[in-house]
Design a protein around this ligand. Structure first.
Ligand SMILES: O=P(O)(O)OP(=O)(O)OP(=O)(O)OC[C@H]1O[C@@H](n2cnc3c(O)ncnc32)[C@H](O)[C@@H]1O
Ligand SMILES: [Mg+2]
Length: 179
């Protein structure tokens, strides 16, 4: 099975590889490849709708990105965003995954993690979460490594693991008999 992931971000690619590795399949049978595609949403999606749209655009664009005979059977899109959550007064990091075979569309979300007020304020003022986390932590490329999820949970989970949950949910229509 050939699987295309719509991102070059190593945390996203590793998450997809890990989920397919957990499936009861011969790892040799699953090939995960990364493909750079445009999410078609702002660099910093705001709200569930923009974030899920970015994931779906990525998944569809990856799925249709190969026109030769061996195209991807599944396209996977992952998008991170921030969102206000009703019932809370904070801004949360959110993440969505979409998987498609060109017909069926599976969707799943990862955890929501509340951003500290100091970070939330900067995002509301127009900055992107990735660079803000780099600045706050004094590191580079945090979004490609432990991610905000790693920083906000003191490493209990990291971005890859958080994304794995979203991917697992999005894969449900393809790996269970319920749909
Ligand atoms: O190359 P792509 O696939 O675009 O990977 P990305 O890291 O930019 O990820 P997203 O576009 O999905 O996320 C939108 C923004 O939110 C940031 N972001 C999302 N999740 C994050 C995390 O866990 N840690 C740090 N930044 C994160 C990210 O850096 C972007 O600025
Ligand atoms: Mg991005």
């Amino acid at each position: 099975m050939r699987v295309g992931v719509g991102s070059r971000n190593p945390a996203k690619i590793s998450a997809v590889e890990a989920v397919f590795g957990d499936l009861d399949k011969d790892p040799e049978e699953v090939g995960v490849e990364s493909v750079a595609v445009e999410p078609g949403v702002p660099e910093q999606p705001f709200g569930e709708a923009e974030t899920i749209a970015g994931a779906e655009n990525r998944a569809r664009r990856v799925h249709s990105s190969r026109s030769d005979d061996s195209g991807y059977e599944l396209g996977v899109g992952l998008e991170g965003g921030v969102a206000e959550v009703p019932g809370s007064d904070g801004l949360f990091l959110i993440m969505w995954a979409v998987v498609t075979d060109g017909e069926t569309v599976g969707r799943g979300a990862g955890p929501r993690l509340q951003l500290p007020d100091s970070v939330a304020r900067r995002i509301r003022d127009g900055e992107e979460l990735g660079p803000v986390m780099d600045d706050v932590l004094g590191e580079s490329d945090v979004a490609k490594k432990q991610g905000a999820a790693g920083a906000l949970t003191a490493g209990i989970i990291d971005r890859q693991e958080a994304l794995e949950h979203a991917v697992a949910g999005a894969l449900a229509p393809f790996v269970t008999g319920f749909y």
